[in-house]
Design a binder for this molecule. Structure first.
Ligand SMILES: Cc1cc2nc3c(=O)[nH]c(=O)nc-3n(C[C@H](O)[C@H](O)[C@H](O)COP(=O)(O)OP(=O)(O)OC[C@H]3O[C@@H](n4cnc5c(N)ncnc54)[C@H](O)[C@@H]3O)c2cc1C
Length: 427
């Protein structure tokens, strides 16, 4: 299959061009490409999608751990995650590509959280009644399947690790169909599907300014010097979203903070690589086997000093901090004490944009006519992207399409009150 080549702008000096489209999407990460694809698969609107990077998945999307799971506190978000998971699980049908790069690997997700029996039953009902395949497992069920795990549910204090007293949980939530897709591949697939539907995709092309007229956003200025006028600009600039919103004078209500998240990769040794995706309530970390089965990927515990905010998404440390690596390994050792540490440990970090008020995104029209926001996804943007693109496109075009979520298009509106979460970035 022919793969698209991602080519940046040339150095040739040409006079600035003026052109007009219906919609400009700023940012071609998993969110922007999902929005562009979803608009053009259901309408004849002329869409231009620009990204300052030379190709897809250089921002948050490329760093994503790519977990798709559906346990959320708000039932509509459960349904949104579920319809997005169905899209990832039927990716060729969803994208219309005969040979997509991404596929879906079902791994199951185990939530080792401190919950009473009643709380767990409520979690079960919320997921099950919204279509998600879910089980409640007893401690012995879990240990029969994954004897490597320890089922302590007591919070771990990393300042006083020696004082930690384990307390074993009794029952646990298990999402049967949770799994992973391929973040860079899925992003490239959506770009390809967008182009097939007629989107003009330009990588290596940054938006330097938002053009306004009498309080309305009417277009963008590009770093080529060209100006594009349009009926609507969609800000899908990921961790750079505040820069675009500031240029337009939009969105001061929600605090969207680009935040560095650190990942550690550990060799998995000779143990059978069959662990589920594990959400660790004791440390607010999360673990999953890497696709090859030779590594385990550890997301660092959710501790403020390991999650530094940055005002400049172009300037952050990609190497993980030594202290964070040590704490992450200790957290995993606590969860899986029997797993031998062999070989090498590596790591990296990426940025995601935390919505400080409720960890949910801002999706919909801004207070400035002509500008839409699809921002602030915290750690949820990959798993929600297919459904989010559908919500935006359905609201803009008034047209439905297969895989659309059964939720209100204004669920994440800018003027909403904060939505419920279960605390932390797990939402
Ligand atoms: C370490 C880590 C782990 C994660 N794990 C998960 C997970 O397991 N599951 C999950 O659902 N989510 C996860 N996420 C979150 C998820 O990756 C993000 O929410 C999602 O990728 C956001 O996509 P995006 O398209 O909004 O942003 P991005 O991928 O950052 O795309 C934004 C694009 O905008 C472009 N851009 C910026 N400014 C301009 C400009 N002025 N002009 C033109 N283009 C511009 C950028 O070049 C970039 O390509 C994780 C994130 C990180 C960092």
């Amino acid at each position: 299959m022919a793969r698209r080549e991602f080519v940046g702008k040339t150095d040739a000096m040409e006079p600035p061009q003026h052109s007009h489209v219906d919609v400009v999407v700023v940012g071609a990460g998993i969110i922007g490409s999902s929005v562009a694809y979803q608009i053009t698969r259901r309408s004849h609107l002329k869409v231009l999608m620009v990204d300052k990077a030379p190709g897809p998945a250089t921002g948050s999307t490329g760093a994503s751990v790519a977990i798709s799971r559906c346990r959320y506190t708000v039932p509509e978000v459960v349904r949104l995650a579920y319809c997005s998971q169905l899209a990832y699980r039927s990716w060729d049908e969803f994208t219309g590509l005969s040979e997509p790069i991404s596929d879906y690997r079902q791994m199951g997700a185990l939530w080792i959280f401190d919950r009473t029996t009643d709380q767990l039953a409520a979690e079960y009902t919320r997921l099950h009644s919204n279509g998600v395949a879910v089980e409640i497992l007893s401690a012995s069920d879990v240990l029969d399947r994954w004897p490597e795990l320890d089922l302590c549910v007591a919070p771990v204090d990393f300042e006083a690790l020696d004082n930690h007293q384990c307390r074993q949980g009794e029952s646990f939530l298990y999402e049967v169909e949770a799994g992973i897709a391929d973040p860079a591949g899925a992003n490239a697939d959506l770009v390809a599907a967008s182009e097939r539907e007629g989107v003009d995709v330009r990588f290596g092309t940054g938006v330097t300014d938002i053009v306004s007229d009498r309080g309305h956003v009417v277009g963008v200025r590009l770093d080529t010097g060209d100006e594009v006028t349009c009926g609507l600009v969609v800000n899908a600039a990921g961790p750079w979203c505040n820069q675009i919103n500031e240029k337009a004078g939009a969105q001061r209500r929600w605090t969207l903070t680009p935040t560095r998240v650190q990942l550690v990769f550990r060799e998995w040794g000779d143990t059978d690589p069959h662990l589920p995706i594990t959400f660790d309530g004791s440390t607010d970390g999360c673990y999953r086997i890497e696709r090859s089965g030779k590594q385990i990927l550890l997301v660092s515990p959710e501790i403020p000093r390991f999650m530094a905010s940055t005002s400049d998404p172009d300037d952050f440390r990609t190497n993980p901090d030594r202290e964070c690596v040590e704490a992450t390994l200790a957290a995993f050792q606590h969860r899986a004490p029997g797993v031998r540490h062999v070989g090498t440990t590596t790591g990296t970090s990426g940025l995601y944009t935390i919505n400080e008020q409720d960890s949910h995104p801002i999706v919909g029209p801004s207070e400035i006519p002509g500008l839409w926001l699809v921002n602030g996804f915290s750690g949820h943007g990959f798993k929600l992207a297919p459904g989010i693109g559908a919500m935006v496109a359905r609201a803009i075009t008034g047209t439905e399409a297969p895989f659309d979520p059964d939720i209100r298009d204004d669920l994440f509106a800018i003027d909403r009150t904060p939505l419920a979460t279960s605390g932390g970035v797990f939402a």
